[in-house]
Design a protein around this ligand. Structure first.
Ligand SMILES: [Cu+2]
Length: 402
């Protein structure tokens, strides 16, 4: 199949899966419920909610037929959703099942500093096979997330992130905009070539390091591994050349994301947001990736109600928002204009898969109570079909000013 044929196949696929009959089918709706972060059940130990998270390497499918090896919390990307009440005592037992180092950082939470998950600042990295226990009180209220803080450029885009929702029984958003359903959407961007190359390289280096450690021949400097910043500075004074001075990687080798995901999936596998006429829904948006997203909703103005988890003093309406890396925004959508409406990045480079449109973080706001007569669409192939003996009097131009 050449590139032109592939593109036209892509367009046909897009049109097909956006048909109301497909998107509103009971089977599609059932499958859709699995496309959101699944909440992790805590064990209740005394007055503590105890969660168990582990990290391992799995094979994951961004879109049908596109599989990559990634780092996944509890076998999922994003990791499971941790959802607690404000003021809850939380314990997270984190087990590292990979041959790489990791930590967990609680993004937006006010944890004691020793629980902040920054290697060599607040704790030593959690080494292969090791376990680390995080414990803190859930503060403040709102939409937050967690992610690995070791080798973040690789580890985050490889899948090490998940939503962390802190609820309040006296929810100010629920009071102002009574909503029945809510959805969590975690955005990310991935360079699949970078992930493959770097993960393989890291695993090779770790194998060598473990071997040398077991044989008492491990050399800290060779692996750029120091116990403190001072130890590194002292080594440099003695003539040690840190990796960055040897220019291991050119700026052009920095990742160029070619996959843009929502909840770990790219279109056509992205989740749909179902709504009914007259219903109000809350959508929690989290950007766990490296790219800025300009999310635009067709046919509606939504309310921006929370910024970084904090309720904004005066919610306001807009139809395009800017979701910067590390930011969380909560929006309220009111079901006032029935139909099927796309919700996508207006930086259209991010609605592609491996450079081809359509793809990326394109998703649909779908009115599930759309009347039957509005679900009918005349299929493209019937429209295009030529009658026998019919003559085309207009041939399409295939090239312009070439
Ligand atoms: Cu990690």
């Amino acid at each position: 199949m050449n590139r032109r044929e592939f593109l036209s196949t892509g367009a046909a696929l897009s049109a097909f899966s956006l048909l109301p009959a497909t998107i509103l089918a009971e089977r599609t709706k059932q499958m859709n419920s699995t496309k959101f972060p699944q909440p992790l059940e805590p064990n209740i130990v005394g007055d503590v909610k105890e969660f168990e998270l582990y990290i391992d390497i799995i094979q994951h499918e961004f879109a049908p037929g596109m599989r990559v090896h990634i780092l996944a919390f509890n076998g999922q990307i994003p990791g499971p959703e941790l959802r607690v009440k404000q003021g809850d005592r939380v314990r997270v037992k984190f087990k590292n099942k990979t041959e790489l180092n990791h930590t967990i950082h609680w993004h937006g939470l006010h944890v004691p500093w020793r629980m902040d998950g920054v290697p060599y600042v607040t704790q030593m990295p959690v080494m292969p096979g090791e376990e680390f226990v995080y414990e803190f009180t859930a503060e403040p209220y709102g939409t937050h997330f967690y992610h690995c803080h070791w080798g973040t450029l690789l580890h985050m885009q490889s899948g090490m992130f998940g939503s962390f929702i802190i609820e309040n029984d006296d929810d100010p958003i629920q009071k102002q905009f009574p909503y029945e359903r809510e959805y969590t959407l975690v955005y990310s961007a991935h360079d699949s070539n970078f992930i493959r190359r770097e993960l393989n390289g890291m695993l090779e280096r770790m194998k060598e390091r473990m071997y040398l450690m077991q044989n008492g021949r491990f050399d800290k400097e060779r692996f750029a591994l120091f116990d403190s910043k001072q130890e590194l500075l002292d080594a440099i004074d003695r003539g040690y050349q840190p990796p960055y001075s040897l220019s291991r990687r050119a700026p052009s080798e920095l990742p160029m994301p070619n996959w843009f995901t929502v909840n770990g999936k790219s279109y056509p596998s992205t989740p749909n947001l179902y709504i009914r006429e007259g219903e109000t829904i809350r959508v929690r948006l989290i950007n766990a990736g490296t790219e800025e997203h300009f999310l635009h909703l067709h046919g509606h103005d939504f309310w921006l109600v929370c910024d970084d988890g904090l309720p904004v003093p005066q919610p306001w309406q807009q139809n395009t928002l800017r979701l910067s890396p590390g930011k969380t925004l909560d929006i309220i959508i009111e079901g006032k204009n029935r139909g099927l409406w796309t919700f996508h990045d207006h930086d259209t480079r991010r609605v592609t898969n491996n450079g081809l449109y359509p793809g990326g973080n394109l998703l649909v706001l779908a009115y599930e109570d759309l009347p039957d007569e509005e679900r009918m669409v005349r299929p493209m192939k019937m429209k295009m079909a030529m009658q026998p003996g019919q003559k085309m009097n207009m041939l399409p131009k295939v090239a312009l000013d070439e």
